[in-house]
Structure formats: C-alpha cells, structure tokens
Write a protein that binds this ligand. Sequence first.
Ligand code: FIX
Ligand code: ZN
Length: 426
Amino acid sequence: MVTSTESRTKFSELLTDVEELRAEVEIVVNSTPVMDAHTHLFPLEFNELCLYGIDALLTYHYLTAETFRSAGIAYDQFWAMSKTEQADLVWKTLFVDNTPTSEATQGIISVLDAFGLDTRAPDLKEARQFFNSQQLAEHIDHVFDIARVSGVVMTNDPLDEAEARLLKGDVTDQRFRSSLRLDRLVNNWEAARRALSREGVSVAAELQPKDVDAIRRFLGENIQRINPVYMAVSLPADFRFPDDDIRDRLLREAIVPAAKEHGLALTLMVGVRRRVNPNLREAGDAVGRADVTAIERLCAQYPDVRFLVTFLSRENQHELCVTARKFNNLMPFGCWWFLNNPSIVSEITRERLELLGPSFIPQHSDARVLEQLIYKWKHARKQIADALCTAYEQLLHNGRAVTRDEISRDVTRMFSGNFNEWITTR
Ligand code: FIX
Ligand code: ZN
C-alpha cells in the first residue's frame, strides 16, 4: 500500500527515464479535467437544441460533406430525406462501402467503441437501440465523465431566433456556461438591422450615435440576462482592423466598450468563408488565410481587453504564436474545425509549446452533438500528450528532468487555468 508521503515523493520525483516519463504524461493528460472553451452544445432544458445519439452524430456537417463526395446523391435528394434516412446513407457510404479513415469518421468509431457498440455493424439498429434506451440526464453525466470535461461554453447568439427564445430559460446545469455570440450583429449589417428590429431595437443603416447607444444597451441587457463567460464572433478571412465599414464601428463603439464595462474577454475566430457552396448547407463553409496584423493592432490598441483568438487557416498559426509573444492580452486557443485533424493538431500544439510554453489553450471541441465530446477530447488528448512528451524529452536531453507535479501543473494550466484566468475578472 502506498502512503500519502510515499505518493508525494513520487509526484515530486524527477522523471529521468523516457518510458516512465511518457507513461506519466499520458496518465496526467488523460485524467486532467478540461474546460471546453467553445462548443455548440446545449443542456437538457434546451430541448430540440440538445443534440445526442447516432442520427445526430452521423448527420454532423463534417460527415454530410464527406458523404456527398462518395454517395453520388443529388443535394436536393439528400436534404429531402428524413434525419434517419440521411444517417443510414452516411453510415452505408462512409462506414460500410468505404473504410472510415477521415477524422470525422474515426470520431464515430471512437464513440461507438466507448459504448461497446459494434464498430463494423452493417446497419444502425444496435446503435439506435442503445441511444434510444438512455435516460438523457444520466447519459449527459456519463458522456461528461468519459470525456473528462468539467464544463462547456455554449454558443448563444441573441439574434438567432431559436437560441434567443430558449436563452430566456435559466440554465440549471452549471457545466453549461453561456457566451454572447455576435455573428449576426457584426457580419451582415442589413440582416442584423432586421434581427435587431425583431428584438425591438431599431437602428439606422448609417449607424447614428443614438443607434450605437441602443446597441450598447442591447448588449448590456443580454450580458445581464445570460451572464456569458465571454463575447464572441467569427470573422471572415478578409477581416481588417482598422477598417472603414460598419463592423469596425460596431467593434470600436459598442463591442469593445461593452467588453471593458463588463470585464468580458472577446473571443475572435478568424478565417471562415461562409457558404462557398450553399448546397451543402452547414457544411458549405470554407477557409481563407487571414491577416494576423488585424489582431496585433486590436491587442495593441486595447491593452486592457483580453482576447481569445483562433485562426482557421493552418498558414496563420505561426504568426498567431508570434503575435501572442508580443501581447499578453492575447490567448491563442484551439485547433478549429478543418485544423482538428491529428496531424495538424500535432503540428500546431508543438509549435505553440515551442513558442509560448504552456501559455495557450491547446484545444476546444466545437462539439455540436453531445457524444462528440468523447472523441474530440480523446483524439486531442493523444496529440497533446505526444507533443508534451516531445517537449519534456527535449528538456531532459538538454539537462533538466520534470516531475509529475510539474506535468500536472502544466496540463492543468492548459486545460482550464488559462481559460479561467481569461474569463474571471468580473
Ligand atoms: O463559427 C463557428 O463557431 C464554427 O465552429 C461553426 O460555425 C462550424 O460550423 C463548426 O461547427 C466547426 O466546427
Ligand atoms: Zn464553433
């Protein structure tokens, strides 16, 4: 039996053997709870927005895009099908007629495997029976447990009709934290004006000072109502700062002042090109290389605002690290969307460790369907553990061994500490 003094000694023991070091890193990375900084998940009380189960998993937009590539089906024909029929087709196309090598398909395999379901099943009968037989509240606990996720940040856009309606109910499950998403406000001004007017806020096309005040009030009211951990917006690849458009004015005159007033961090997700193929619906968005100097200028101009930033393009990652070295109010986070593949997560995490030490948030899940937490975190933990092993092995090679306590300190900082530091100044 190990006494507490003995285990204490072990935690502070220098790990000089590479095999032992590797084993310790894996234990720590796999067992440390993670705070998921950005998802599209919703709790039980959001009813139809709380997605779970095999049909929702298989109709995830990452998988529908892949299905169109292999199934030879017309867009209209696919969208006319029921969710069950779509899921059947996705399963047949990507898992029966083809080998599931892509990251999104491997995710499904990881989820089925986690529940002991047949990963080579000819159809979805067994999986449907399993998910249909779950009590949702317990199932949510079980998934959070398997994924070792302590909490998730939701995406709550007050100008999205469904989310705005449902946001008004209190979220009782404390693991689900809200964020004030501002895409509909900043990314299409005409649509934003219509949406604002539905909320009783009427603003002129040219955005007069009184309109700015009205938007500030609208933001303030929503901040009071949903108590977000941050305000967030996704931005196109051609985002510039400064600029001479309405978005620039909204940022400067309404959003940044609201961030300051309420002590909220601003999350910027840059580099998406929306609906390059509208036939694919949610799967129709693409990526573009963006200008990281826009973020550099924002960080320089607003040193008292904390920015959480992720870029969608692989080509922007190195510049983001360099910018974070220049500005302490910038926290790089996640390997977003098309970057969330093992080879790219590995590359980006290694680059960040080399340039930033543990002062970044390595991943967020972006989960839309509950059980995706299982695979997205299982796969991310593998890459993060491997990257950390390399860093610690290099350190050992260069003359310094680490202890299990130190590994745990680093991982805790990256999995929740950095996030908590960024969101808690109110
Ligand atoms: O803008 C976002 O938050 C994106 O993550 C989503 O819109 C995107 O569709 C997605 O699910 C990516 O993982
Ligand atoms: Zn997202």
